[in-house]
Design a protein around this ligand. Structure first.
Ligand SMILES: Nc1nc2c(ncn2[C@@H]2O[C@H](COP(=O)(O)OP(=O)(O)O)[C@@H](O)[C@H]2O)c(=O)[nH]1
Ligand SMILES: [Mg+2]
Ligand SMILES: [Zn+2]
Length: 354
């Protein structure tokens, strides 16, 4: 008798609601039908799997819920759709019976670090390049460079600084492998970046120089290690946190590829408030979503001059009455930084997707 059944069920439901209260009743319902809902942090992803660390420090392999699509308004100057999770995302997932999980919610990102997805080798297609997010919710960007092998590359550092600045993330620079050459060669760079306000650490994994200083700077933050392949990102992390046991390797000259090194970004938990993200080495670095007329904002020493340029759309290149160009001529802005700027301005122009 369906009607009578319904009546009894209805009475039980009312009775239940009376006892446990509306909120608890619904949470019991949800738990029963959809599994327990848990919060966690994405540590890494492999193809379609996301490894999520929950509050009990358990790593759960999750997939994204089927029709997962959510509109985010993430970065100050950007708004677009994302339908995936990335390293560093805070997510909510439900447990399956087999111990895996299904992510059904990605929390709004505080910030994130990205670049243009690398060009596919040999492809003649020069269309829109997608955004590749390296990590979300980062407190500090550590740009890792080396004194030699590979040789110091200030243009790459400046490109990475632009990403840090445009994402409003504190940026440090590490110069590693100072055991290889006389570090005096780098004094001018050290002064330049320090003057700009970027903390400049000098390290050697061989001599253990500067390791404690870097370790102290990492404490209590979520830190992204980023830089060229072979500069020693994984080696540094191993030296600072021996338990990590990350793979390291020399770059083979013939293929220019790392051997058995990091392939995707991986976040590691050090303690309750300290996280580090090791990234695969990069060979090219084009910031994503930066417009030509905004680029100079991310060269922070340009700002006090660019206000006074004759045109407020000045790109500080060929325009008359440009105060930035004047500052370069007067030696107030270094030629090297200005060259990095022009070099980037070119890329931004080429690959403009807005
Ligand atoms: N001489 C010297 N070699 C280093 C130093 N740090 C790392 N290396 C070496 O550089 C190579 C690349 O290191 P790895 O950590 O894999 O670089 P990653 O690609 O940036 O992670 C390895 O052969 C390391 O042993 C250092 O401070 N001094
Ligand atoms: Mg590595
Ligand atoms: Zn100008």
């Amino acid at each position: 008798m369906p009607y009578r059944n319904f009546g009894i069920r209805y009475l039980i439901k009312i009775f239940f609601l009376q006892i446990v209260g509306v909120n608890n009743y619904f949470s019991i319902l949800t738990n029963h039908y959809y599994g327990v809902q848990i919060e966690g942090k994405v540590l890494r992803s492999e193809s379609k799997d996301y490894y999520v660390l929950n509050r009990e420090n358990k790593e759960i392999r999750c997939t994204l819920r089927g029709k997962f699509k959510k509109e985010f308004n993430l970065k100050k100057d950007k708004s677009f759709k994302l339908d995936f999770a990335v390293v560093g995302d805070m997510v909510e997932y439900e447990m399956n019976r087999d111990g895996t999980g299904v992510i059904y919610k990605i929390a709004e990102r505080k910030n994130y670090i990205s670049r243009k997805a690398p060009r596919i080798k040999g492809a003649s297609y020069r269309g829109e390049r997608l955004e590749q997010i390296v990590s979300a919710n980062v407190d500090q960007l550590f740009i890792i460079s080396s004194l030699a092998k590979p040789k110091f590359n200030n243009k790459l550092i400046d490109r990475l600084i632009v990403v840090g600045e445009s994402s409003h993330i504190d940026t440090h620079i590490i110069l590693n492998k100072i055991d290889l050459e006389n570090e005096n060669a780098i004094e001018d760079w050290e002064r330049l970046y320090n003057d700009l306000g970027y903390k400049f650490h000098k390290t050697s994994v061989v001599n253990k120089d500067g390791i404690e200083e870097v370790k102290n700077s990492l404490k209590g933050k979520t830190n992204l290690f980023w830089g060229q392949s072979g500069v020693g990102k994984s080696s540094l992390l191993n030296m600072i946190y021996p338990d990590l046991n990350l793979k390291t390797g020399a770059i083979s000259n013939s293929t220019n590829k790392g051997t058995h090194t990091t392939v995707t970004s991986v976040m590691h938990k050090i303690d309750d408030d300290t996280f580090v993200i090791d990234t695969p080495g990069i060979r090219e670095m084009d910031p994503y979503g930066i417009m030509k007329q905004d680029l100079s904002h991310y060269f922070i020493e340009f700002n006090e001059y660019s206000h006074n340029c004759k045109f407020n759309t000045c790109t500080h290149y060929h325009e008359p009455g440009c105060e930035v160009v004047k500052a370069v001529e007067n030696g107030m802005i270094t030629k090297e930084r200005y060259e990095s700027y022009l070099n980037l301005l070119d890329t931004v122009e080429d690959d403009m997707i807005f």
